[in-house]
Each structure stands twice: as C-alpha cells, then as structure tokens.
Design a protein around this ligand. Sequence first.
Ligand code: GLA
Length: 407
Amino acid sequence: MLAIRSQFSNHFNDSPALVVKSPGRINLIGEHTDYNHGFVLPAAIDKFIEVAIGKRTDGAIHMVALDLGETIILPIDNLRPHTTQWVNYIIGVVDQVLTNTEIPTLVNETKLAAGFNICVQGNIPLGAGLSSSAALECAVLFAINELYQLSLTKMEMALMAQTAEHKFAGVQCGPMDMFASLHGQKNKAILLDCDSLAFTYYPIELKDYSIVLFDTQIKHALATSEYNTRRLECEQGLKIIQEKYGSVKTFRDVSLEQVEECLGSIIHLINHNVEDKNILDSRIKVYQRCKYVVEEIERVQLAVQDLAKGDMQAFGKKMFQTHEGLSKLYEVSCPELDFLVNEVTPNKNVLGARMMGGGFGGCTINIIKKTAVEEITKELSAKYNQAMHKELTIYSTSIEEGTHLVL
Ligand code: GLA
C-alpha cells in the first residue's frame, strides 16, 4: 500500500490533518451473544483500515476509497443511507456525531458541519468476517473526534458506530466489533460483558500454538437478513420466557431449565392450542436459538476460566462446542464452514476450531500447534479445493493494539 499521506496530498492538494489506523477483529469465543446481553472474547488484529482526514469549509464530504479507485462527494447536511455500502460506514458515523442527543459533549456540536476530505485504504479482507466495516466506522469516528476535539470516550464511539451500522448499513449488530477495534491491546483478548459493558483484558500466550484463520472465500447473500432474523427470534423467545418469569430482564437471567420449560416442549405449544405447522416450526426455531444463546453465555464464562488457568485444551473443546451450536441450533453456518471445522476436528494438533462472526461464510478460527500449521493448511487447502471448488485463503494473525493515531 502506498503511504496514505501522499495519496491524500495527491487527491486534495493538501496535507491531511491526521491519520488513524483501526484494526479488524477476531473473536475467540462468544458468538451471537453480544446483542443478547451475553459475553464475547474478541481481540484486535494486525489487519487494519487506515484513514487520512482534513477539514473543508464548504459543507461537503469528499470521500476517496483508494483500494477501489472510487470517489464520492456528498453534502454533509441531510445524510441518508447511500447505495454504495462503504460510503454508509463513513456517513453513518458522521450522522451520529451530528444527530446523537444522548452524549452531552455532542449537543450543540456544529464544527463538523463544515465538511471534510477523507481517504481510506486497508488490508482487511472484505466479507471474511473480520469486521472491516466496524474498523472503517471506528477509524472515521476516532479521526473526527481528534480533529474536532469532541472528547468522546472509546465506549461512546463504539456505541455510536453500532447505531450507525443499524441506521446506515441495515445490520442490527451488537457492539462487539466496534468495541474490539477501538479497545484492542497487544497480545490481549477482551472479555466484554455486553450487558454492563464492563470489560477485562486477558493475556493470550499460546506458546506452542497459533491462531490461524481459514477463509472460505464465501459470503452468502442471506447473511444480513438471516442475522437480523436471528436477533428477532431471540427477542421473541425472551418475551415468552418473560411472560412466565417476570423477573427475567435479559438472557443473562435465563436458565436452560427455563428455556426447556417455556420453549422446549411441543406439548406446551399444543396445550396453548398452537396447531398451525408454520407456527410450530418457527417456535422450534425460537427454542433452538435461545438454547444456543443460554449455553454460549455459560460457555464463555467457563472458557475464560480455562484461559486464566492456561488450559488451552479445555478452551479449544469449547470452541468446537460453539461451532456445533452455531451450526445445528443457531443455524448460521454453511457447508463450507462446516467442512473446514469437521476436517480439522479429529486432528490432535488442532485444539479448537469454529466458524467466527456472523456466519454464512467468512472464516473459521483455529488454534493449531505451530509445528503442524504448514502440513494442516496444505492438506486442508487441497481438500477444500476438491470439495468446494474454491481456493482456501489462510491468515495467521497476531493480536494488536486498537484504533490509534498514526504519527
Ligand atoms: C457480526 C456482528 C457482531 C456479532 C457477530 C456474531 O460480526 O457485527 O455484532 O453479533 O456477528 O457474534
């Protein structure tokens, strides 16, 4: 990649005021739990989005995506979701700065209305489930925060970026990706309590093992709609449980017994005169989703205990269990992801493997003995190619610092 400062100067005939780097993320365990008030264990990685920004005075935003060779210019007032998705990640957070009324330091904020120039580039593979979109949102917001001295905290920025994703990109995501991109620390994973938003850093010392990502090179089109449907199904299940147990506020208060009792039994449905096959089917799905969520919330809490004890064998087993749940109960996997996990499961040099992120494509995350990585990746690539007629892409990642200024 060419230095972003000189690219900015070439485009705008001016030096950028500042440059910000924001990383993608992996997630060790805790999938589809962030919007269900559970726990997640992500970490920022060595793949990033970089933005260079400078002020304008004419109320316009000039956006250049260097990797795509695209430029889009928009007036900053009256921002609406755009047909070009990368643009939405930028204007979504700009809209948050201009319209968010919940953050006191933003009330009466008008300086940003003068507009800005921005260049974007990065090396996070798109559609791989490594949160390139969150990295872009966080990079832009962090840059605006610095440029206009808005005094936003990282957590405020994470939540603003999450809202931007809901409003401008149409994904009803949880806070994990933005949180991880902003809060990352070198060689540490972060346990985020998605209910209280409290978080704890856990050193990741894998010694003889390394984290390897296998990219299916697939992104199924239904990823967004199915993601939003999962969220609704969980909300539906929670509501049914709450009807019986008034004290339940979120999935954090729900036990597996309650899931079984309120959602598990078909008899229960028949007792409530539910005879329609479609309704029965959708109720079974709601049961499966909630069962997975409650199990996964518990699993993450146990997994961090494994991590604290340095018991990576036990940790890895839980990753396999998570995959099983995501595939069979939550139904967000796909044949390609299942193939990659199933192939490595019997291998003693693989401590754990599972699909990562929203699902329906993207990567699996694997903990593999360093000395075996080469052989495993070689074999798996050949098998994947034969079975799926696709090239497998392999990323070995390191855990790095979160969003920061590039001096
Ligand atoms: C996507 C979303 C996250 C999270 C994961 C699944 O990455 O953006 O908020 O829900 O899927 O864990």
